[in-house]
Design a protein around this ligand. Structure first.
Ligand code: ADP
Ligand code: ZN
Ligand code: ZN
Length: 817
């Protein structure tokens, strides 16, 4: 009997490919192992064995495989079923899922480039002959292609050699190597507490009267702290007193001065012996019990707790209980880069039981985590990771936590699979009969809708830990301030007053400005009104080249208005302002303070985020100006004031989720204020202080916001009531992509009638010489998602069979964000 295998290849092919194997190979192989297979004329790919059978393919002659790469399955049956779900739900191929799911070192292919692992200490004794030859060749050449290695070894089957060299840590495959970030500590000094009283201090000055230089240092210390009311850095003291480091050292040795480091969160968790998790307070304990009770009926529970209510500590308790049962835990975070603080904190609790999985880690580390999870190693009992960690080969997953579940970065935009990690995680957990806990201070409407539908359980925490008060939120009316000439640039008198107060107190400030540049909206400088689409409940965007206002959802357009439609003013603004401009103005207003900026431009470099976050934590920056990056669950102890420079930019953003997002962003960024001893202050500058969302933010009324927004979503047929599938067509020929889109939309309309919007060019229609055009399908709740997708796939197939359209790329995004 002939033997065949179906293989998943990491390319966007609709079907899996069938290869021939020998009887011996058939005995050895199981589903989930890797094989090296030839493809096309000369390519070699790594594939995953998907099925083993005896059926000859009908349309082509099955080729032989090159070789088997694993002794044991690398991918589990559970994973393959998860991949199937993902490719079905998000309308992409298994190969695309495979490429996203596996660390790149697992997918050797003809294009793979191999280089020496310079960081490793290699014991040549552990290498066999083939391995040694490759290793040696890498002494002379910095990198080798697969065909080079074939030449060196004189054979075609080289993947297993490469695989073994990777496992022995001798080589790397085409990839950057990421270093870990170790923050540089800033050294501070203060007078020892013994000298706090007047008497002891006078005595000290007397004893130092002969040691002039030492006395000068102590005097300088006084004058600096009086001036800045902040901890004094050694470097500052050296500057001010003109002393040398040895004098400071003498004072420290004499127990007059004391050195210390500020590492806020980090110190707390790195103290030895302090690693036991915290005792929950009564509210937290009650919430924990409620979660468990709710898990009896629900697979998914939403933990809705205000910022700083102690959600993380509750997660920790649940995780510990799950691990004690011998089960694995997945803790999902939106973006690891922004959550180094949390990683450290959890590391202190879970230590050797925790692994971090992130695409910024080296491939070797990712491979290690993969095997640890696959083999159920204790090290990987708790996996902390960004969205791609839903692809790990869990064995007995017991709990999934999705922290900050409302974050949009859980959705992958590009490439396919365009999955939402929160939703995928729920499916994953379900397949293990495990529970999922979603956590947020500002749940997404999608998840909260599921709560209201009784699909998810709900547990709430209304108070901050330790009864720290929620920040005091004040709305500042920009219209009034401009009229009464109370503005300095972009700053109202209230903002400046509060900034001075905070700074005099030695506290830090966060200034928030949303700028998602490219699609300017028009805003009246008198009343703040912004022209809206008549069909879509979104702001229109200004297109300068056509002098039009357009809706980028439905295509509605109108000529650019000359007067404000609300108040008639001719003072219309279509520029908006960004973080850079604010930074400049702050520097002019507060020349003595250190100002930092955190946005896409300043965080691009290596460790960009970490550097700025650390500098702010260590109080090297007094005022931090930033975009939404600032909202991501950061815990800065010394921040008293949060200023939102212009809420209208957020509210008027042309997206049906703009109001929900505004609420989430403003609540989250407000949550950074006053997390410990003092009550935080938040100032929101706006032209519309009576806007419902601003009222809801300032009174922390999530429930009201939810109810209002749901009415809009229902009326305008948007998620979570309706589902969205967005199709984007791409081609470098404007006419062709336009024609293709018309054809596609017409076919869709025959099926879905008025629920098809577009085709519509986005605000930036041409990117890298490719024209993009969008079609949006809105699905009413009663319509079957599966059938709809089948219908769309069918239309797509017919589309591809039309000669003129074949070259057009069609990108399908299910549950578009
Ligand atoms: P959230 O995740 O809800 O924003 P956190 O879990 O970060 O809140 O808690 C806020 C702060 O309160 C943190 O600094 C945390 O260490 C502290 N905290 C929370 N619960 C406890 C507890 N039970 N005992 C001591 N400190 C706690
Ligand atoms: Zn107006
Ligand atoms: Zn519209």
């Amino acid at each position: 009997m002939p033997h065949f295998i179906d293989v998943i290849l990491p390319i966007p092919l609709e079907k899996s490919y069938t290869y021939k194997i020998s009887g011996t190979e058939a005995k050895f192989l199981s589903v989930g192992m890797r094989v090296a297979v030839p493809f096309g004329k000369s390519k070699i790919y790594t594939g995953i064995v998907y099925k083993i059978h005896n059926v000859n393919p009908l349309n082509y002659e099955a080729k032989d495989i090159h070789q088997i790469l694993d002794d044991m399955p690398l991918v589990t049956g559970d994973q393959l079923r998860f991949w199937e779900w993902m490719s079905g739900y998000y309308m992409c191929t298994m190969g695309e899922v495979m490429r996203s799911a596996l660390p790149s070192a697992f997918i050797l292919e003809s294009e793979t480039i191999v280089s020496k692992n310079l960081g490793a200490n290699i014991d040549e004794g552990i290498l066999n002959d083939d391995e040694f030859l490759v290793h040696e060749a890498l002494h002379y050449r910095s990198s080798l292609k697969i065909e080079d290695i074939m030449g060196i070894l004189g054979k075609k089957n080289v993947f297993s050699v490469i695989k073994s060299l990777l496992e022995k840590n001798v080589i790397l495959v085409q990839e950057e190597i990421f270093d870990k970030y170790v923050p540089k500590l800033v050294r501070f000094v203060k007078l020892r507490p013994e000298y706090a009283s007047h008497d002891s201090l006078r005595q000290l000055m007397e004893t130092l009267s002969k040691a002039h230089k030492q006395r000068d240092v102590v005097m300088a210390l006084f004058s600096i702290s009086a001036k800045t009311k902040k901890p004094v850095k050694v470097s500052e003291l050296l500057n001010e007193s003109g002393a040398t480091s040895s004098i400071i050292k003498t004072l420290v040795d004499k127990n007059i001065l004391e050195e210390f480091y500020i590492q806020t969160d980090r110190v707390d968790y790195s103290v030895q012996g302090e690693n036991d998790s915290k005792q929950l307070n009564e509210h937290q304990s009650k919430a924990l019990e409620e979660i468990k009770t709710s898990f009896d009926i629900h697979n998914v529970v939403m933990m809705h707790g205000v910022t700083s209510s102690g959600k993380t500590e509750i997660f920790v308790k649940l995780i510990l209980e799950t691990v004690a049962k011998g089960q694995q835990v997945l803790y999902l975070l939106p973006e690891i880069a922004l959550t180094t603080q949390l990683v450290r904190r959890l590391r202190a609790y879970f230590g050797d039981m925790m692994s971090v999985f992130h695409s910024r880690y080296s491939s070797h580390e990712r491979v290690e985590v993969w095997y640890n999870v696959l083999n159920g190693k204790q090290k990987a009992s708790v996996v902390l990771g960004a969205r791609s960690s839903v692809f790990l080969p869990f064995q007995n997953l017991g709990l999934v936590i999705v922290d900050e579940e409302h974050e949009t970065s859980y959705k992958q935009f590009d490439p396919a699979p365009r999955y939402h990690a929160r939703d995928a995680a729920i499916v994953l957990a379900h397949s293990f009969k495990a529970k999922t806990l979603l956590g947020s201070a500002t749940p997404s409407l999608e998840s909260y809708y599921n709560v209201k539908q009784q699909k998810y359980g709900l547990v709430e925490l209304h108070r901050r830990f330790n009864n720290v008060l929620m920040p005091d939120i004040e709305l500042v009316d920009l219209k009034d301030k401009y009229k009464r000439k109370r503005m300095k640039g972009l700053f109202s008198d209230r903002m400046i007053e509060e900034m001075e107060l905070a700074l005099n107190d030695g506290r830090q400030i966060i200034l928030f400005q949303n700028r998602r540049g490219f699609s300017p909206i028009v805003e009246c400088r008198v009343c703040g009104h912004s022209p809206q689409c008549i069909n879509c409940d979104v702001s229109l965007t200004y297109h300068q080249y056509r002098n039009q206002l357009r809706c980028h959802y439905c295509g509605y357009n109108t000529v650019m208005v000359q007067n404000c439609q609300a108040c008639g003013s001719v003072d219309l603004d279509n520029k908006g302002f960004g973080t850079e401009q604010i930074e400049e103005q702050v520097k002019a207003l507060f020349p003595a303070q250190k100002v930092g900026r955190m946005d896409l431009d300043t965080t691009r470099g290596k460790f960009g985020y970490e550097k700025i976050i650390t500098a702010f934590e260590q109080q090297e920056i007094d005022i931090l100006v930033g975009t939404q990056m600032l909202t991501k669950g950061l815990d800065f102890r010394n921040v008293k004031l949060v200023g939102i420079m212009n809420a209208d930019h957020l509210l008027n953003f042309p997206d049906f989720r703009a109001h929900e997002r505004s609420f989430q962003l403003m609540s989250q960024v407000s949550g950074r204020a006053g997390r410990t001893d003092v009550r935080g202050k938040v100032l929101i500058q706006t032209y519309n202080p009576h806007h419902q969302i601003l009222q809801q933010v300032s009174t922390n009324s999530y429930a009201e916001m939810y109810a209002d927004q749901m009415v809009e979503r229902q009326n305008f047929k948007y998620p979570p009531v309706y589902r969205l599938i967005k199709l984007t067509l791409r081609h470098n020929d404007y006419g062709r992509v336009n024609m293709g889109a018309e054809w596609f939309a017409r076919s869709l309309r025959q099926m879905f009638a008025a629920n098809v919007l577009g085709p519509e060019f986005p605000p930036v229609p041409r990117i890298r010489n490719q024209y993009h055009i969008n079609i949006l399908v809105k699905l009413p709740p009663e319509i079957s998602l599966v059938k709809t997708k089948e219908a769309i796939a069918k239309i797509h197939n017919s589309f591809m069979s039309i000669k003129d359209f074949r070259a057009i790329r069609v990108i399908i995004n299910v549950d578009n964000y």
